[in-house]
Design a protein around this ligand. Structure first.
Ligand SMILES: [Zn+2]
Length: 533
């Protein structure tokens, strides 16, 4: 199959565009002027009508299966009060009478505009129903709240202890329904297990949504802990049967070293992957929690919560043991680190695994939000890839200074500083924490403003990035994490034809409007997999 795309504004690299592209069997053969490219014989010639074409985006950290799950559970992201959450829960129950448990996610008490501005608790959820269990996860994914029924079913009481987690106790001396960090798994275990078919459908739903917004590759963390074989089986079945054309790199979450050892002895040794659509993947760890929930691990106390430095999901020793084992086996590690305390610990753990300060496995940091300047320099020196989510600024720019103080905020979310220091940075959305649509994400990196346009002129405006730099980080930068920077992420000969056609020119449009850009067509491996009709 030979295809020509002609008459476009095709992004090749910074300040460099071409008109036409010749693709054969999914691979870009040639790129150049209309005249030159049209000398080739093609089965198919498509007129781009001067539209802008970019490489497909590669979301460097997200949770695709959870996106699918979120698409089929009660969405609480729009709720502006506790009463509204209760109403949304009641409506969802009314529309889904057959469900055995009510699962919701996306609430955030910082967005409440009326009533009490506090965390949900079990008494709130009991107002939805006391008949079936309810679990409502906070937007950050580090706090879940259950109703009284859920707590009763699980037999949890004030004496229940979870390693690495917190079950909050209310003023009556009983659990108040709030579960933090590792305790989340306990409360969520009350939700009925989905079968393979349901999980596959959710996965495909999310994958097709990602393609429709211009994502052609994801690096996704959907497989965790002991029962990793089950989710892996579902994902392998999807890719072995070519059910979707979204390229997928696996991020395995094993917090427990014994689960990781089991993986190394089994799937890691014998599993097969085409490395084109499904890639073998990396170890994903958590060092801390989130800024919103004040569980990010800080070097100093939270300014607005003296005595609190956040939560450690892994001790330094546990983290080091996991990193050492991964390195010995040639497995790349990425670690969730949001607070400067967590970032410090992760840099140390990685550098201990390196010979001559060479980060040859490309061990990376996910989020890397709160940083001081020394840490940024070390990250660059050790060439540690950082997976940023600029869209987090939309919410965090409102709370950052009150949580961590003005000084530290100045060197945090330091996308441009790190980029200029030539650290390998990439972008993603941590979806379903945020929508995986890349355009609001690019807008935040370029303007440093929230979606509402505030603060006008941007938060720490010196950290604004140029549009082309953001696109590079989001495409070839993300591919670097996967050791695939010679395979995808650029529109240049020898690379796979993964590309998107935009409705507006991202390079000339008013930057405030970048967030509203729509994808007209998405091509993966030389074939259109999405068209907006
Ligand atoms: Zn994540």
């Amino acid at each position: 199959m030979k295809t020509i795309l002609k008459n476009g504004k095709i992004y090749v690299k910074k300040n460099h565009f071409q008109e036409a592209i010749f693709i054969e069997n999914g691979i870009i053969q040639e790129i150049g002027t209309n005249e030159n490219i049209l000398k080739n014989k093609a089965d198919n010639i498509i007129d781009l009508q001067r539209k802008t074409v970019l490489p497909g985006f590669n979301d460097s950290h997200m949770h695709l299966a959870s996106v699918g799950d979120a698409m089929t559970s009660c969405n609480l992201t729009s709720a502006k009060s506790i009463n509204e959450i209760i109403l949304l829960g009641r409506i969802f129950l009314e529309q889904n009478k057959e469900i055995r448990a009510l699962n919701g996610r996306g609430w955030n008490q910082d967005y409440f505009t009326t009533g009490e501005k506090r965390m949900l608790n079990r008494h709130d959820l009991d107002r939805i129903t006391t008949e079936i269990p309810i679990v409502f996860e906070r937007v950050c994914g580090h706090v879940s709240v259950g109703n009284t029924k859920a707590i009763e079913i699980l037999g949890i009481n004030e004496t229940t202890v979870v390693d690495g987690g917190v079950i909050e106790i209310g003023s009556d001396g009983k659990p108040n329904g709030i579960f933090n960090e590792n305790a989340i798994h306990l409360i969520q275990s009350v939700l009925p297990k989905k079968n393979d078919n349901e999980k596959e459908n959710e996965f495909l739903k999310a994958a097709n949504y990602a393609l429709s917004v211009g994502i052609t590759s994801v690096q996704s963390c959907d497989i965790a802990n002991k029962d990793f074989i089950n989710m892996l089986r579902i994902i392998k079945n999807i890719y072995n049967n070519k059910k979707v054309k979204l390229r997928y790199g696996i991020q395995y979450n094993f917090q427990n070293i014994n689960d990781f050892k089991k993986y190394i002895e089994t799937e890691f040794k014998t599993g097969t992957y085409d490395e084109k659509f499904l890639s073998k993947g990396t170890l994903k760890l958590f060092k801390d929690g989130s800024l919103g929930a004040r569980t990010a691990l800080m070097l100093k106390d939270y300014v607005d919560d003296p005595g609190n430095k956040g939560v450690e999901a892994l001790s330094d020793k546990q983290l080091q043991d996991l990193c050492n084992l991964a390195t010995e086996n040639g497995i790349r590690v990425i670690t969730h680190a949001i607070g400067d305390g967590a970032v410090e610990s992760v840099i140390n753990a990685y550098s201990n695994t390196m010979k001559n300060n060479q980060n040859s496995l490309r061990h990376g940091i996910v989020h890397c939000q709160i940083t001081n300047i020394e840490q940024l320099k070390r990250i660059a020196e050790l060439h540690i890839p950082v997976m940023y989510q600029p869209i987090f600024l939309d919410y965090d720019n409102k709370i950052m200074e009150s949580r961590i103080g003005k000084d530290l905020a100045k060197t945090s979310y330091a996308f441009n500083t790190l980029y200029k220091l030539e650290a390998p940075i990439s972008f993603g959305t941590d979806s379903p924490v945020e929508d995986c649509n890349p355009f609001p994400n690019i807008y935040c990196a370029v303007t440093r403003q929230g979606i509402d346009g505030n603060p006008r002129g941007g938060f720490n405006p010196s950290e604004k990035m140029e549009v082309a730099d953001v696109i590079d980080a989001y495409t070839i930068g993300s591919a670097f994490n996967e050791f695939k920077e010679n395979f995808k992420g650029r529109l240049t000969p020898g690379y796979v034809a993964d590309l998107i056609v935009l409705d507006k020119d991202i390079f000339t449009i008013d930057t405030d409007k970048i967030k509203d850009i729509k994808v007209e067509k998405t091509m993966v491996n030389g074939e259109f997999v999405y068209e907006n009709k």
